[in-house]
Design a protein around this ligand. Structure first.
Ligand code: PLP
Length: 438
């Protein structure tokens, strides 16, 4: 452990638990303490831990072919690309595989720039797109600050956030109108002829589980069409079932030009990501080489798990389970908790992806901790998170939010167990909020 350099952490202050066993919605630390995984790790273990069919797919593929150059065709890679293309909307028919989300973003941006001959990118505040060069440059939140200057030609805009509207609107519909009008002005002031692409998380993930209000994504599509801008939907976190759809944009009947994915495609059992590319853009490279590649693009082990994963989704009606249990049990249960706990300012989400925004005071909506808080300022949320973990619930905490993203295979019973623990955790949060700032 002492020789590992950890992500996003002050190394000497980190004291991680050691996990040596996991199954379904649960994992165990080395002392035998059991946790209900309400984060699916980093919102990636969509089919839960140690799914027997996925493990079997790795073993079977390992016995046949463990690695092969990306320039040589491979049956599992071809099969997975076809399965993904079949499920993607519109003419998004071809797949470039990467080993994770950030690389998918790098290539989506390269495709947009190649396609348009323009360089500038539009990206939202309150977004995360990954930790590599272009991806971190596009990111619209504090994780970018430590990498600045990023030298990425990017202009940022505000996306909709009805609970904390940048335009002080009073309804989701008003928020859509204001957000689209703002976006149009940004495009015009930046010069549409200079803008290659716009990147947007279909449901904003780590930055708050922000579900787009009605008409917003369709409006973004329309603006991109009007100005010849490539629309990239970043679905690294929300693709493959998280919100009850193969691709989240399908919930609003919107077809982007490129969709980035990773995480849920194979539950992270072997690193995999990619870009689904519209035929219009992909065919530009029919006779002109695409200027990019990766040694592990379409790695057979990763693709084999991807194929097995899609088979499990179909066989076990995972999307149906997420829609039904997400709405009737998880969503309904969280809304009920929200009503009875004054520290909950807003409950929002869909499918198996929800956020509880914690506040000091419901009427002022002052967050339980300040934006980008660290150290002592962040202590109240650390206390809430510790309260969850000590009770055996592993949440996905971000800023002043408890975000809940259980494996998509979590049973109703497991969701109810999680909600019961959350009830206790929110009682702790209520006390912390009532205590106020010392
Ligand atoms: N895009 C989004 C929306 C993400 O949530 C993430 C990771 O959390 C990424 C991109 C980056 O993915 P990765 O960490 O696999 O590089």
């Amino acid at each position: 452990m002492d020789h590992v350099f950890y992500s996003w952490a002050a190394q000497a202050e980190l004291d991680p638990i050691t996990v040596d066993r996991a199954s379904g919605s649960w994992f165990w630390d080395e002392r035998g303490k059991k946790y209900l995984d309400f984060s699916s790790q980093l919102v990636n273990a969509n089919l839960g831990h140690q799914h027997p069919d996925l493990v079997a797919a790795i073993i079977a593929q390992a016995q046949v072919l463990t690695t092969i150059s990306p320039m040589i065709a491979n049956a599992k890679r071809s099969e997975l690309a076809a399965l993904v293309a079949e499920r993607a909307p519109g003419d998004l028919d071809r797949v470039f595989f990467t080993t994770g989300g950030a690389e998918a973003i790098e290539h989506a941006v390269r495709l947009a720039r190649q396609h348009t001959g323009r360089t500038k990118m539009l990206a939202a505040y309150r977004s995360y797109h990954g930790g590599t060069g272009v991806a971190i440059g596009l990111t619209g939140e504090p994780r970018r600050w430590g990498t600045e200057p990023t030298n990425v030609d990017v202009v940022r805009f505000f996306g909709p956030y009805p609970y904390r509207s940048p335009w002080s609107t009073n309804s989701p519909e008003e928020e859509t109108t204001a957000a689209l009008s703002h976006l149009q002005q940004v495009i015009e002031l930046e010069g549409a002829q200079n803008i290659a692409g716009l990147i947007l998380e279909s449901v904003v993930g780590t930055n708050g589980v922000l579900v787009p209000p009605p008409g917003y994504l369709a409006g973004v599509r329309e603006l991109c069409d009007r100005y010849g801008i490539v629309y990239i939907a970043d679905e690294v976190m929300v693709g493959f079932g998280r919100v009850g759809e193969w691709f989240a944009c399908q919930a609003w009947d919107v077809t982007p030009d490129l969709i980035t994915f990773a995480k849920g495609i194979n539950s992270g059992y072997v690193p995999l990501g990619g870009v689904v590319i519209s035929e219009r853009i992909a065919s530009k490279f029919d006779h002109k080489p695409y200027p990019g590649g990766l040694t592990y693009s379409g790695h057979p082990l990763a693709c084999a798990v991807g194929v097995a994963s899609i088979e499990v989704f179909e066989r076990d009606n995972v999307l149906g389970h997420v829609r039904a249990v997400g709405e009737d049990v998880l969503g309904a249960g969280l809304k009920k908790l929200g009503e009875s706990h004054p520290s909950v300012g807003e409950v929002r989400g869909m499918g198996f992806f929800w956020a509880l925004e914690l506040v000091k005071d419901r009427s002022t909506r002052e967050p339980l901790i300040p934006f980008a808080a660290g150290g002592a300022d962040a202590a109240p949320m650390a206390e809430v998170t510790a309260a969850a973990k000590s009770r055996g619930l592993w949440p996905f905490t971000a800023g002043n939010r408890l975000q809940l993203a259980p494996p998509l295979v979590a049973s109703e019973d497991e969701i109810v167990q999680g909600l019961e623990i959350l009830d206790e955790v929110l009682t702790v949060a209520d006390e912390i909020a009532a205590r106020g700032t010392p």
